[in-house]
Design a protein around this ligand. Structure first.
Ligand SMILES: [Zn+2]
Length: 162
């Protein structure tokens, strides 16, 4: 009999997130063909979808709530992984797995560092168009929410299918 862990492994999290991205993209394209909701057509611009998808993948592989332990996403940050160390004091599945605080903290931590880096390079991040911000943030947020949802439901679903 197959054993069910309470939460998915790192590799399973990656698979779930990639499958969810494909479902989101297929849903978007089907909405483009046959609009069911009053969905603004500007949401379907390929540049928005590409930025959203890249941000979503970055969120999956680099901004996972599992940065609260020495995990794959934590190690991918290389020498910069030190910025995530303070969150490990809150314990695994703590504050970074909160459905609201998690995405906010996971997005703001590198954003603040990036802001100062851009300031040093004399680049004004405020000049970027709003659609880039909304596409990027929604991609990151949704990837984190799917991680939290997977952690929440994995044990129950696995036991049903065993
Ligand atoms: Zn997790």
């Amino acid at each position: 009999m197959r054993r069910c862990n309470r939460v998915p492994s790192g590799r399973t999290h990656n698979r779930i997130n990639i499958i969810a991205l494909l479902v989101i993209l297929l849903s978007l394209f089907s909405l483009l063909k046959k609009p069911v909701l009053p969905f603004p057509s500007s949401y379907m611009e390929s540049r928005r979808i590409i930025i959203f998808s890249l941000a979503y993948l970055f969120g999956t592989f680099f901004l996972s709530p599992d940065l609260d332990v020495k995990s794959g996403p934590y190690n991918r940050w290389g020498v910069f992984k030190i910025i995530w160390l303070p969150y490990q004091f809150f314990g695994h599945r703590g504050i970074l797995h909160h459905p609201v605080l998690g995405p906010v903290i996971l997005t703001l931590t590198p954003a603040i560092l990036l802001y100062f880096l851009l300031l040093l390079l004399n680049i004004d991040a405020g000049e970027l168009p709003v659609w880039i911000w909304t596409s990027t943030l929604s991609g990151i947020f949704i990837s984190i929410e799917i991680h939290c949802l997977s952690d929440l439901l994995w044990g129950k679903i696995c036991r049903q299918w065993r």
